[in-house]
Ligand binder design. Structure first.
Ligand code: XBP
Ligand code: MG
Length: 263
């Protein structure tokens, strides 16, 4: 039979779903964090998020949610005067504008192996999608880094407030699965963080984790594979568990083998 895996009841790999921040590009420390600080300065709020503090704040996904957590739970003494929700909306709009400014005229560096794997999967006819907590506008410079038609590489781009509950809730992944009309067993997700992995796993998705400096010590129980990055032929990945893929880089053949082995 053309497809022996079908005899065992296994599904064909049809789609890859990618997180953005930390996964497609390493954006948190030097872009999002800096943009938050520029927004504080622009609105006259005497707050500065240093590298360590921002690492702790990443436990809360979503920029508006992160600001609300900071001003209600961590530093109520620094809370802006007046209506907090309105202040956060304003601050976050400033932050989104600052993020765009930081990337004006420069190209975002995609993480190793990202462009290669996306190109290969696209050429092989797999569907590509994005499931991210970040604001939709923030994706423009990252998609541009793939090429002028970067946005068209993805059949679904689910971002920001498209769902009410952000990661680690599975909602954004469930939204993408429903829009693509695929089953979890036909998909592999790509994440960089524990919150992201929890979201993907809760949606039933096998997940490849590429860690960042902020996430490498997090709990990745249940991941299909954990690596430092996707690797390139001249920039081999480092396996961090649980499977050693026996290759210097993750390509479609590796993903298909991992997918088949999962049965
Ligand atoms: C990314 C985030 C985002 C960014 C900021 O999480 O948590 O909130 O830090 O983006 P993930 P906004 O990679 O798991 O999607 O300020 O636009 O919300
Ligand atoms: Mg991420």
């Amino acid at each position: 039979m053309a497809n022996q895996t079908k005899e065992r009841g296994a599904k064909t790999l049809r789609a890859l779903i990618f997180d953005v921040d930390g996964t497609l590009a390493d954006t948190e420390r030097d872009l999002h964090r800096v943009a938050f600080n520029q927004a504080f300065a622009a609105t006259g709020i005497t707050v500065f998020w240093d590298v360590d503090l921002y690492g702790q704040l990443l436990a809360v996904t979503g920029g508006k949610e992160r600001l609300a957590h900071y001003f209600t739970k961590l530093r109520p003494d620094l809370k802006p005067a007046g209506n907090l929700e309105a202040a956060i909306r304003h601050l976050h709009a400033e932050k989104t504008a600052a993020f765009a400014r930081l990337l004006t005229g420069t190209e975002v560096a995609l993480r190793p192996g990202v462009r290669r794997l996306l190109k290969e999967a696209r050429a092989a006819g797999l569907q590509l999608a994005i499931a991210t907590t970040t604001t939709r506008e923030n994706l423009a410079p990252i998609l541009r880094a793939l090429g002028d038609d970067g946005a068209q590489w993805f059949a679904v781009i689910a971002a920001g407030d498209v769902v009410a509950r952000k990661k680690p809730a599975p909602d954004v992944y469930q939204y993408v699965l429903a829009t693509l009309a695929v089953e979890p067993a036909e998909v592999i997700a790509f994440e960089d963080s524990e919150n992201g992995l929890r979201a993907a796993r809760a949606a039933g998705l096998p997940t490849v984790v590429t860690v960042t400096d902020y996430t490498r010590d997090q709990d990745f129980t249940g991941a299909l594979v954990v690596v430092n990055h996707l690797g390139e032929p001249d920039q081999p990945l480092t396996p961090l568990g649980p499977a050693d893929i026996g290759m210097p880089f993750i390509n479609l053949a590796v993903l298909q083998a991992l997918h088949r082995a999962r049965g």
